[in-house]
Design a protein around this ligand. Structure first.
Ligand code: HSE
Length: 425
């Protein structure tokens, strides 16, 4: 049987998932391809290390160029992560006329344009389904199955670590630090969790998704971000009381000639399907102008789910290596806007005295902010009370202007939180 030969850069969690799936699903794969997938060369850091994959010892090398320049390798699979040296390796592989499959979100979000161009010039394929939301087939779904649609909105829970942390705080009452530790113990969060909890990981993924959705190159710097480090248990409890869950959302909205993008914690109505996405799971909700609302749900990380996405791309290339890439322009077809016309949850700590609520409400009114809900708690023996508002929809600049004024008011001891409310209108 004819062979398709793979070269792999990196032999971590995702690569071992890929090798294991090739092993246990090999008869199905051979039936589809009428070809056998084999691994020719694998770049590793240390050749002698014990690994839970069944590959002959002679495939391993510590020299990346032995993989990239191997004349038998037809598809290079990059699973090292990080921008350098993966960037140089992928460029070299494309220039060597090898198809490339990668799971590298940081690299595609930053250098996707140049790499896609290089793939076109060399008449090879560059595929990266596994770079966003692990096992969820969102990229190829948007590129192929939803190609008949204009995508108007994407709202995703695309970072499993933060979703795990927020779920543990909300459903089991853990404090933020405890939840981070637990995520680390389970292998969801890195020893340094900042890329996940500060929102950077989700920004890379949203840049990739929105570039495909809108056909315009979206840069990482176009996406304002706020992570989950400031979310307190108090906010989570108010959210629940008011009928919401707090989630880290990656959202992209297209309206007329504007698109708005952001990664941010948000109140999500408890009745919305995104609210039920728990722990390390991911989901992408989108609206197409023909298909309507759609939501894909699944595992956003892990050895077999991410390996499944990588292998899907390999099989696609092996089946049908044509070289059409949907055009993504650098022209400003859409203006990147930042109106954030949404509802907002705002929590203050105030001195519990006559006229305080009325004064704050008055400042909101002057700034054209209409209030949807107000909650005030009495604190026994304490003159400081929490005061919580949910506004109607308003631009963020009105909220900021009102808060500037409220900040000066001596009876407001703290503006504790401002969290966007996603109402899916
Ligand atoms: N760190 C990511 C997450 C998984 O927590 O979802 C890989 O993209």
């Amino acid at each position: 049987m004819e062979k398709i030969k793979l070269g792999i850069l990196g032999m971590g969690t995702v690569a071992s998932g890929l090798i294991n799936i090739i092993g246990f699903n090999n008869s199905k794969i051979e039936k589809i391809l009428n070809k056998e997938l084999t691994v020719n060369k694998v770049l590793v850091k240390s050749i002698g290390k014990k690994r839970d994959v069944n590959l002959p010892q002679e495939v391993y090398t510590t020299d990346a160029y032995e993989v990239i320049n191997d004349k038998d390798v037809q598809i290079l699979v990059e699973l090292m992560g990080g921008i350098n040296p993966a960037y140089e390796y992928i460029k070299a592989a494309l220039n060597n006329k090898k198809h490339v499959v990668t799971a590298n979100k940081a690299l595609i979000a930053t250098h996707g344009e140049e790499l896609e161009q290089l793939a076109v010039e060399n008449k090879v394929k560059l595929m990266y389904e596994a770079s966003v939301a692990g096992g969820i087939p969102i990229i190829n779904t948007m590129n192929d199955s939803l190609a008949a649609n204009e995508i108007n909105e994407i709202i995703g829970i695309i970072n499993g670590t933060t979703n795990y942390i927020l779920t543990q705080m909300s459903d089991y009452g853990l404090e933020y630090d405890q939840a981070v530790k637990e995520a680390q113990n389970l292998g969801f969060a890195e020893a340094d969790p900042s890329s996940d909890v500060e929102g950077d990981d989700a920004v890379f993924k949203l840049a990739i998704l929105s570039t495909i959705a809108f056909g315009q190159r979206i840069k990482v710097n176009d996406i304002p971000k706020e992570g989950i480090t400031k979310i307190s248990k108090e906010d989570i409890n108010y959210a629940k009381e008011l009928g919401y869950n707090i989630k880290l959302l990656a959202s992209a909205l297209r309206k007329d000639n504007e698109i708005e993008l952001r990664v941010h914690p948000a109140f999500v109505p408890a009745s919305h399907p995104l609210s039920t996405v728990k722990n390390e799971y991911n989901a992408v909700f989108l609206r197409g102008n023909a298909v309507g609302e759609l939501m894909l749900y699944g595992k956003g990380a892990g050895s077999l789910p991410t390996g499944s996405a990588v292998l899907g791309d390999i099989i696609t290339i092996a089946k049908n290596a044509n070289n059409l890439v949907a055009e993504k322009s650098n022209e400003n077809k859409y203006i990147i806007a930042n109106r954030a016309f949404k509802q907002y949850y705002i929590r203050f700590e105030v001195v519990d005295e006559p006229g305080v609520l009325a004064n704050i409400a008055n400042i909101f009114g002057k700034n054209n902010i209409s209030l949807a809900s107000v909650v005030q708690r009495q604190k026994n023996g304490n003159k400081i009370a929490p005061l919580v508002f949910i506004t109607h929809e308003v631009e963020r600049k009105n909220i900021d202007a009102a808060l500037e004024e409220i900040k000066k008011y001596e009876n407001v001891t703290q503006i504790a939180s401002i969290i966007l409310v996603e109402n899916f209108k």
